[in-house]
Design a protein around this ligand. Structure first.
Ligand code: FE2
Length: 342
């Protein structure tokens, strides 16, 4: 390389790092079958599952990692020229957005339809869930006994949690999807009442789910609201981490669950192999690897969750179609702004 070329390569690498993008390639060589994946789950411990797929099929998997919104925008901007055969992303809100923009193609497939319950996939087969996470109440195991912990989302607005509640920022899609489902299921007025009661408790607003869990552990607050896998990943490192989930809404509706999912792009050039990878992701072997990689719940019935989260016990999940997290997203963002959720 000349000095000039080195500088250009260096600049490109630096840009990619800044943009949070990076290609991960499983399998060797430039020739032979390949599936290109744009994945917002590249930091979710998914390496093992793609490696296994390549070992079993000889199909290389090239992964471009990045933030979900950025990847959806990129597929839209690249149009017919996109390299992406598959989009894998966290949160039904983003999957919904990708379908709204016409970026995902219908896949009618008996194996996928059998593996993924109807409420966890697009009605036209444009995306299928590959992993599940609950977003529920978290409590300090040192200061909040299970018996007195908030057992519903509304209960986080009870006055006894004033100054004791931690929440993540409202610009986060996980919160937006939860609020979207509250609006879809209870109507906007009821959702507003719940959010106003949370705000009346002067919540400490933090930048990530992990920060919420750490704040509870450190005694800055006693209860919070996070995705389960963040706690799972903490417990994997430190089984004594003093936070436990409370399964919300067990008497009615069930705990809010959201998905990570996969969809075939409309511009896919490796259709057949891409669908083969989709099918593989929903086999028992892949489901176990996915669940253990990020302490999530498998989608496929009969596959156990990671050993370190089994102590949380069984819970009733909300089984209404998760697509409403996308359909009511805009309304949710507006409502969160209106109640002053920072
Ligand atoms: Fe996450």
């Amino acid at each position: 390389m000349t000095r000039g070329t080195r500088m250009i390569v260096g600049a490109v690498v630096a840009l990619a790092v800044v943009a949070g993008l990076g290609w991960l390639i499983f399998g060797r060589g430039e020739s032979g079958p390949v599936v290109n994946v744009y994945s917002a789950r590249s930091h979710y411990g998914t390496e093992a599952v793609f490696k296994r797929f390549t070992e079993e099929t000889g199909i290389r998997v090239e992964i471009l990692g990045g933030e979900p919104g950025a990847l959806v925008d990129r597929i839209a901007a690249e149009g017919e020229r996109t390299k992406a055969d598959l989009l894998i992303t966290t949160d039904a809100g983003f999957l919904w957005k990708a379908t709204e923009e016409g970026l995902l193609a219908p896949v009618t497939n008996a194996a996928l339809e059998k593996a993924v319950p109807e409420n966890l996939r697009d009605a036209q087969g444009r995306w299928y869930a590959i992993a599940l996470r609950a977003r529920t109440v978290m409590r300090s195991t040192e200061r909040v006994p299970q018996a007195t912990a908030p057992a519903t989302y509304a209960a986080l607005g009870d006055a006894r949690w004033k100054g004791r509640l931690c929440l993540r920022t409202s610009n986060n899609v996980y919160n937006q999807s939860l609020v979207a489902t509250l609006i879809a299921d209870r109507g906007e007025a009821a959702a507003r009442t719940i959010l106003e009661s949370w705000m009346a408790n002067d919540p400490i607003i933090l930048g990530s789910d992990t920060e919420v869990l750490e704040a509870i552990a450190a005694g800055r607050c006693d209860v919070g609201l996070t995705n389960t896998y963040y706690l799972g990943n903490k417990l994997k490192e430190d089984p004594a981490f003093p936070v436990a989930p409370v399964w919300a809404e067990q008497d009615a509706g069930g705990t809010h669950v959201n998905v990570s999912g996969v969809g075939l792009t409309t511009a896919a050039t490796h259709r057949e192999d891409a669908i083969r990878l989709m099918e593989y992701l929903l086999t028992p072997e892949a489901q176990r690897l996915i669940a253990e990689g990020n302490s999530e719940y498998p989608v496929l019935a009969g596959v156990p969750s990671a050993e370190w989260i089994r102590g949380w016990g069984e819970f009733t999940a909300d089984t209404r179609p998760i697509v409403r997290a996308g359909e009511f997203q805009a309304q949710a963002v507006q409502l969160m702004n209106e109640v002053g959720w920072k």
